[in-house]
Design a protein around this ligand. Structure first.
Ligand code: BG6
Length: 490
């Protein structure tokens, strides 16, 4: 791997401490950082290099999956000595010039070619300002590569996403922009590609002839937490559906490419999102369910309703739950509903994909008054990482009655790299497979836009659901209309 400078905007923020420093540290310990590298942290405050380095060390001790004590102190010191701090006001051109001098002097000191990665761990309203300043200050003029990493949200709706992208494109080429969607860093989401594409038996049944429906759930037990300002303007539709849920849907529905390459996967994902049947604003209520949590009990603890949460207006109509029925208009998936569902303050934390297969043998045992259960393939993404297959068997402890049996492959392995480790490593070596590309982001916004407007204009009823439940009943009805039900815990 080539030497590089990692320029981190927002170096004193929460994400840097919890995720980015531990990820870099684990990459270093695993020998996955280049032999020469320089890390420059930026923030508004004045900080000495020593103080900054000890803050980084503290965050490793607190948040790294691998304790800082598990590494020799000389390795730890070598890692920390790569860090420098530079105070920067994102709007001040002069600060960027000084930053360029620091970046260059470190490159000279370490005798490194200039490859620069700019990581914007800051509020999204600063993305365009920073990108343009990088260009104008000369920070973006490198002998080698330059890359930009940003985190969602990429825009607030279709038009703001387009205008943000247009500004970013003035400073960076599309292939230099790495948009993190941390769901794409999760091991089971990355594994989907192999599970579905590299197994001929699964490929043979991965289509409308055998699949009855697909259910993608991301339920959470947490509420709005300390993010009222952001969340009340975003809602589940922007926070989870436009990005994570649609990305997981694309990864699930991919067609088999001739070869697995980053660009083939990107093309196949684009084809899926492009084939999503639009949900028109006037009919949104037929396919989309919107909910907001009321008070209730989660994991045995009483919790307030959304409207009682600090920082939330008592009249807020924000969605904390969304379920929807989607159709992919291509011959492979014709007639197969894809259901998505995400919500805060639900009964359990679970991110999973359930693929329900058609069941032509349902009535095979009717003479014995028994029916068979459909085969299910369950891919658990979080907090468990497991794949299980449900089939029918006989239970001889109860007179040989039919019983659904699960065969499961537990993918959980201790001390696996975290999502951020995998994603930062990929960005450093220039592999964009598991990042959100602009056309996917734009097409996702395009699909979501009429729903945003329908919510705004109150064309979709806002159902209340009790905290600790599985969401509003309307979301069960959505599946009942098609003769299905949510598989909660098969
Ligand atoms: C984030 C959302 O992107 O994903 C949060 O902003 C949500 O609201 C989180 O809680 C869920 O991520 P995970 O990895 O816990 O499923």
């Amino acid at each position: 791997m080539e030497p590089m400078t990692y320029v981190l905007f927002g170096a004193t923020g929460d994400l840097a401490k919890r995720k980015i420093y531990p990820a870099l540290y684990n990459l270093f310990v695993d020998g996955k950082l280049p032999p020469s590298f320089s890390i420059i942290g930026l923030g508004r405050r004045e900080l000495s290099n020593d103080t900054f380095q000890s803050q980084v060390e503290q965050s490793l001790r607190q948040f790294s999956r691998r304790s800082a004590n598990a590494v020799s102190s000389s390795d730890l010191n070598a890692f920390l000595s790569a860090f420098r701090y530079h105070p920067l006001d994102v709007n001040n051109t002069e600060d960027y010039r000084k930053l360029l001098q620091l970046v260059k002097s470190r490159e000279d000191e370490l005798n490194m070619k200039s490859n620069r990665l700019f990581y914007l761990s800051v509020a999204p309203e600063f993305f365009d300002v920073i990108a343009l300043q990088i260009k104008e200050s000369g920070l973006g003029d490198t002998e080698g590569w330059k890359r930009l990493i940003i985190e969602k949200p990429f825009g607030h709706d279709l038009s703001s996403a387009r205008s943000l992208n247009a500004k970013l494109s003035e400073a960076f080429e599309e292939n230099e922009i790495y948009r993190i969607d941390h769901y794409l860093g999760k091991s089971m989401v990355q594994n989907l590609e192999t599970l579905v594409l590299a197994n001929p038996v699964i490929q043979a049944v991965w289509n409308k002839d055998h699949i009855a429906n697909v259910q993608i759930t991301a339920s959470e037990t947490v509420g709005v937490e300390e993010r009222a300002g952001y969340y009340d303007n975003a809602g589940a539709i922007r926070d989870m559906v436009q990005n994570h849920m649609l990305q997981v849907l694309m990864m699930t529905a991919l067609h088999l490419p001739s070869q697995i390459t980053p660009s083939n996967i990107k093309d196949e994902k684009r084809k899926i999102i492009q084939s999503l049947q639009p949900i028109n604003k006037p009919e949104a209520a037929l396919s989309v369910v919107r909910g907001q949590y009321a008070s209730g009990s989660v994991n045995g603890k009483d919790v307030p309703g959304y409207l009682e949460e600090p920082g939330i207006e008592a009249t807020s109509k924000n969605d904390t739950f969304v379920a929807a029925r989607l159709w992919i208009e291509d011959p492979k998936w014709e007639g197969v509903p894809f259901y998505i569902r995400t919500g805060k303050r639900m009964s359990g934390k679970s991110t999973r994909i359930v693929v329900e297969f058609k069941n032509p043998t349902k009535e095979l045992y009717l003479s014995r008054n028994e029916i068979t259960s459909p085969n299910l393939l369950v891919i658990e993404i979080n907090p468990n990482e497991r794949v299980s297959f449900q089939f029918n068997g006989k239970n001889f402890a109860s007179n040989g009655n039919l019983e659904p049996v699960q065969l499961s492959f537990n993918a959980e392995q201790d001390k696996l790299p975290e999502a951020y480790e995998r994603l930062i490593f990929d960005a450093l070596r220039g592999d964009a497979t598991f990042f959100a590309h602009w056309n996917e982001v734009e097409l996702s916004w395009q699909w979501v836009q009429p729903i945003l407007e329908a919510f705004e204009e109150n064309l979709v009823p806002l159902h209340s659901y009790e905290a600790g439940s599985n969401g509003p009943e309307a979301s069960d009805q959505l599946l009942e209309e098609d003769g299905f039900e949510w598989w909660l815990d098969p």
